[in-house]
Design a protein around this ligand. Structure first.
Ligand code: GLA
Length: 726
């Protein structure tokens, strides 16, 4: 059992392969956080410091002991009202408007297996892979029962956290702030690593020193957003890829979020991850339970590489689900950058024919096939095939594609409605708009009120009509704007709408998961605007970015790799000059970059030269051979493209027999100085043979001096080498 409770000291010990987490129930029933870090069974309680600090108040029942203050002590689940003035996990608004609260320990339960959450995604595991700790706290006055849930997955150094807030009283209360994980550190010099961005430039790596200020990231957009990713890392200032303590928090929630790090008045550090508090005022009535989304915590004392490895393994094997979870995904050709809204069945057939000859597995018909949809100003909400535009019935098109030996996939944007649509003219009240106000438009479209079940039902029904009559094997689920006019016509409590919206989204996706188990669903939100572990529970891959430029993708995929497995990031080779940047890179470079993900193409194959087609044929056969190593191998970042002149990364098979080395040179200069890239994770003392040349390389030297990159006068030159252990 990875969880123990010592009755005498009243300390919980949660242990993974390399980490320990300690919680104490103190003499007043408060829950104090004692330790999270390198594995130990020893008790960290002595480190608690009781000092009288001015203006740090004391709970009533500690009497005249002024050294006992929640403002100073490390908390397990801080909440407003305890006298802790730092950032909190919970703010509970009582029926009388006050935010008083005093949560005390009631009971606990330890059991094998991993808890699950009603209506929300959660890490799952077999009984022998995980244990659960449930700690029940109670606030006598409001009747709030707070159940802290911990899931321990020892193998991946992962501890998950979630919280249930139950109302056992007759009065309602409101949850106005809800975070699942808080980590308090008594001491430490830390940096916080976060991933900021924008549409077509997501998840840029940023490292910030933690000082005496509140560092906050988040999204107020109703989705996890392009602007910040709901994953952040707290690390020793000296931590690197290979050394140092680091802690990750990754939220399994696709709505707005807030992550923060704060250094307090006596240099203690607090890290919190949870829901976005603005626009949250969730009513919890008698007998109701509010579920705070889950957070994955992971710790590594061996730097970022090991931390990413933990997250990759946990998400790939214990978050992603379905038939495609660990299988190599079909190589696809997507129509978007090929023909945009100009969807025509005959052209698609021509594209499919070409694709089949190159070894591509699936044709994806992107936006433009339904309702009245010739551009992005109309049609959303009308999910029936526009036969006239398509030029033939959909089933006929799919038959042709299937006869070529290919699968067929299709694009949907179920959460949206265009004002110029039949759905909107029938049900304007299904769009989220505020009575008496003009809505804020995004891409000239409105958001459907997915907090209402009948809206979800109606769109689901339309989608089923298409899926049930056509052999569709893939769906691209898109979401192309941020939510602004938060209002549902059927509730008095608008503070619940954004959360209920996310529950509606998950409900829809869960129906697809259960009723269409053979369909691969790819998530998308203008590329990577909703790239989070919550979505990965329903969609094992997500379109990483609307930016398909190979060089920009190096940066985007670098940032993504910190928190998410390679198999989750869809990546396509597109045309040059690139449609987002105007940059030209070789087909080889575009191929190597895209292969580090769920691979595909997004360009008009019929316009390629014979040489290019031959190169693509080779790329696809290479990918099919390399994909198991790319998806299941251990991933190493070898450089940082934000600071180095080369982007390099590597995969190592579990038995260390196979190595795939990849690099792209980012800068060219006159009289170039040599570039060596050090490999990682090879078997010490072994000799590796490079497949293409047959050259032999000593592993120790590859790791100490590195691989010299042969420089030719080519811009963005790329390198891919496969090594086999002799
Ligand atoms: C979003 C997606 C694109 C494409 C378009 C279609 O921007 O990210 O890949 O599907 O929508 O409108």
């Amino acid at each position: 059992m990875s969880i123990q409770f010592d009755e005498k000291s009243r300390i919980f010990l949660l242990m993974t392969q390399n980490s320990t987490y300690q919680i104490k129930v103190d003499e007043y029933g408060f829950l104090l956080h004692l330790y999270y870090g390198k594995k130990t069974k020893q008790n960290a309680e002595y480190a608690l410091q009781f000092v009288d600090r001015g203006f740090s108040g004391n709970p009533y029942d500690v009497g005249d002991n002024r050294t006992y203050s929640m403002d100073i002590l490390p908390q397990e689940f801080p909440y407003r009202g305890s006298g802790d003035y730092r950032n909190t996990s919970l703010v509970l608004e009582n029926a009388n408007g006050s935010t008083g609260c005093s949560l005390r320990y009631v009971s606990h339960e330890i059991r094998s297996g991993k808890y699950s959450l009603p209506g929300l995604p959660a890490v799952y595991a077999n009984a022998d892979e995980a244990d659960t700790l449930e700690i029940v706290l109670n606030d006598n006055v409001s009747g709030a029962e707070v159940i802290l849930l911990y899931g321990v997955l020892p193998k991946y150094d992962v501890i998950t956290r979630s919280t249930l807030i139950k109302n056992n009283s007759n009065d309602s209360f409101f949850v106005t702030k809800a975070a699942s994980a808080c980590l308090d550190f008594l001491t430490g010099d830390f940096d916080v690593i976060s991933f900021y961005g924008r549409h077509t430039m997501e998840r840029n790596f940023e490292r910030t020193h933690v000082g005496h200020n509140a560092f906050t990231i988040g999204s107020r957009r109703g989705t996890s957003s392009h602007q910040y990713n709901p994953m952040m890392i707290l690390a020793d200032t000296t931590a690197t890829e290979d050394i140092g303590n680091c802690y990750a928090m990754s939220l399994l929630y696709s709505g707005g979020f807030e992550g923060s790090v704060e250094k307090d008045q006596i240099n203690q550090i607090r890290m919190i991850m949870g829901m976005q508090p603005e626009q949250l005022r969730y009513p919890v009535k008698h007998g109701d339970t509010f579920v705070i989304p889950e957070v994955i915590l992971s710790y590594s004392h061996e730097g970022f590489n090991h931390l990413s490895y933990n997250l990759h393994q946990c998400i790939r094997h214990h978050v992603c689900r379905g038939e495609y979870k660990t299988s190599v995904r079909p190589v696809l050709i997507n129509s978007w950058e090929t023909s945009y809204f100009d969807i025509d069945a005959n052209n698609l057939c021509r594209l499919a024919k070409e694709a089949a000859q190159l070894g591509i597995d699936m044709l994806v018909m992107d936006d433009g096939w339904f309702g009245k949809r010739d551009d992005d100003n109309s049609g959303l909400g009308d999910w029936y095939v526009n036969k006239e535009k398509l030029g033939m019935p959909l089933c006929e098109l799919i038959d042709t594609v299937n006869e070529l030996g290919m699968k067929f996939g299709i694009w949907f944007e179920p959460e949206m409605v265009s004002e110029d649509s039949e759905l909107y003219s029938r049900h304007p009240e299904w769009a989220m708009t505020i009575p008496g106000r003009q809505p804020v438009r995004g891409r000239n479209q409105l958001v459907l009120d997915f907090s209402r079940r009948e809206v979800v039902d109606a769109v689901y029904k339309q989608m089923c009509e298409v899926l049930d009559h056509n052999n569709i094997e893939y769906i691209k689920w898109d979401m192309n704007r941020s939510i602004c006019d938060v209002y549902s016509h059927t509730t008095e409590n608008q503070g619940r709408v954004l959360y209920d919206y996310v529950l509606g989204l998950y409900d829809f996706l869960e129906r697809l998961h259960i009723n269409y188990p053979h369909i691969l669903v790819e998530g998308c939100s203008g590329g990577g605007g909703r790239f989070d572990a919550g979505m990965l529970y329903y969609t094992p891959q997500i379109w990483c970015s609307d930016n398909t430029d190979a060089i920009d993708r190096l940066f985007i995929q670098y940032g993504t790799s910190f928190g998410y497995p390679i198999s989750s990031a869809a990546s396509h080779v597109s045309a040059i000059p690139n449609h987002q940047t105007g940059r030209s890179t070789s087909l080889e470079t575009r191929g190597i970059v895209s292969m580090s993900g769920a691979f595909g193409y997004e360009l008009d194959l019929t316009k390629l030269s014979d040489e290019e087609k031959e190169e693509i044929r080779k790329q696809i056969s290479d990918y099919k051979e390399l994909a198991p190593l790319i998806m299941d191998g251990r991933y190493y970042r070898l450089t940082n493209p934000f600071t180095d002149e080369v982007a390099a990364w590597q995969y190592v098979s579990k038995d260390k027999k196979e190595i795939l080395f990849n690099a792209v040179r980012l800068a060219n200069h006159g009289n170039m100085t040599p570039i060596f890239v050090k490999l990682k994770g090879l078997e010490k003392g072994a000799v590796y043979k490079e497949e293409k040349t047959g050259d032999l390389y000593p592993a120790d030297i590859l790791m100490e001096i590195g691989m010299p990159l042969k420089i030719e006068l080519i811009q963005y030159q790329s390198y891919q080498m496969k090594f086999i252990k002799e």
